[in-house]
Ligand binder design. Structure first.
Ligand code: G3H
Ligand code: 13P
Ligand code: ZN
Length: 331
């Protein structure tokens, strides 16, 4: 069934687990996520970015998710719009039937320019008023994703600040977070703690100086009843990087957020953990390997099946690691 994000995160908070929110663009991702959820009895959050909407089109994404709900009626599903850049973008998704939207007012309508605190409060509060009137949940964001190692914002394409950011911009302030939640009444708050979108998050396995789990603890202590969201939460599996490079890929050495750090953040109020890159890496690795090992195959279903299986394994591992598993039937 389609449920609101609020209902699902309230359950996760009560029973102290986390829920991976996977980005979806196509059938293979939706199937991998749903099959893994069904096999582990996990509730599901699927989210569509602006990039996904321009790739597949909002109607196709919506119907893929509705098809998933029809095929897996026992799994609660949140259909979430990732990184909305204005109240009107969020309004369109609400009209399309999304059960949750993100109003990312930390960046302007271009999805790149950091905004003022007042602007962020204003667009988020307006979105909450509209969404709540329709029974739709809202995620806000305070702070900008970016690398504490380089001071750079990360992601070239897609959503992410452009250029250089200050440490202050890249670490959400607990006091400001409390004020923001009180003023906007968001259902969930995305915070910045040193992660960034994409595969190139850290040049070395992250330590506390570049991945500020302590900051999450401080925010959670200040606003214990707010559901926190961590963006840029891919772990960048070293085994998939190796497969990609073994079969013709050229990706430089890079590191993501270790699963143990994600488990630690769940202990401190993080309930929604956004993952896109890990499924991309697994899909690409599996397809590269299949193509190299089966040079005479030309049926796309064969290599897409290999990619679906690879993504399924990541989803299953995250559902188990975050203790999402076993909760679908309890919501
Ligand atoms: O927000 C970041 C997600 O990884 C979505 O990326 O805009 O390329 O679809 P995208
Ligand atoms: P990753 O690039 O780490 O998978 O993060 C995805 C994300 O935060 C989507 O909003
Ligand atoms: Zn994000």
């Amino acid at each position: 069934a389609l449920v609101s994000m609020r209902q699902m995160l309230d359950h996760a908070a009560e029973f102290e687990y986390g829920i991976p929110a996977f980005n979806v663009n196509n059938l293979e991702q939706v199937r991998a996520i749903m099959q893994a959820a069904s096999d582990t009895d996990s509730p599901v959050i699927m989210q569509a970015s602006a990039g996904a909407r321009s790739y597949a089109g909002a109607p196709f994404l919506r119907h893929l998710i509705l098809a998933a709900i029809e095929e897996f009626p026992h799994i609660p599903v949140v259909m979430h719009q990732d990184h909305g850049t204005s109240p009107s973008v969020c309004q369109r998704s609400i009209q399309l039937g999304f059960s949750s939207v993100m109003m990312d007012g930390s960046l302007g309508e271009d999805g790149k320019t950091p905004t003022s605190y007042e602007y962020n409060v204003d667009v988020t509060r307006r979105t909450v008023e509209m969404a709540h009137a329709c029974g739709v949940s809202v995620e806000g964001e305070l702070g900008c994703l970016g690398s504490l190692e380089t001071g750079l914002a990360g992601e070239e394409d897609g959503i992410g600040a452009e250029g250089v950011l200050s440490t202050e911009q890249m670490l959400t302030d607990p006091e400001e977070a409390a004020d923001f939640v009180a003023k906007t009444q968001v259902d969930a708050l995305a915070i910045a703690c040193g992660t960034s979108h994409g595969a190139y998050k850290f040049t070395r396995p992250p330590t506390g100086d570049i991945l500020a789990i302590d900051r999450i603890k401080e925010i959670h202590t200040r606003i214990p009843n707010t559901h926190l969201v961590m963006h840029g939460s891919s772990s960048v599996p070293q085994e998939w990087l190796a497969v990609i490079n073994e079969f013709g890929g050229e990706m430089p050495q890079t590191y993501g957020v270790p699963v143990e750090q994600l488990q630690e953040s769940i202990k401190h109020g993080v309930r929604k953990i956004n993952i896109d890159t890990d499924l991309r890496l697994a899909a690409t690795g599996a397809i590269r390997r299949f193509m190299a090992q089966n040079p005479s195959e030309f049926d796309p279903r064969k290599y897409l099946k290999a990619s679906t299986q690879a993504m399924y394994e990541i989803c299953k591992a995250r559902y188990e690691a975050f203790h999402t598993a076993g909760n679908a039937s309890k919501i």
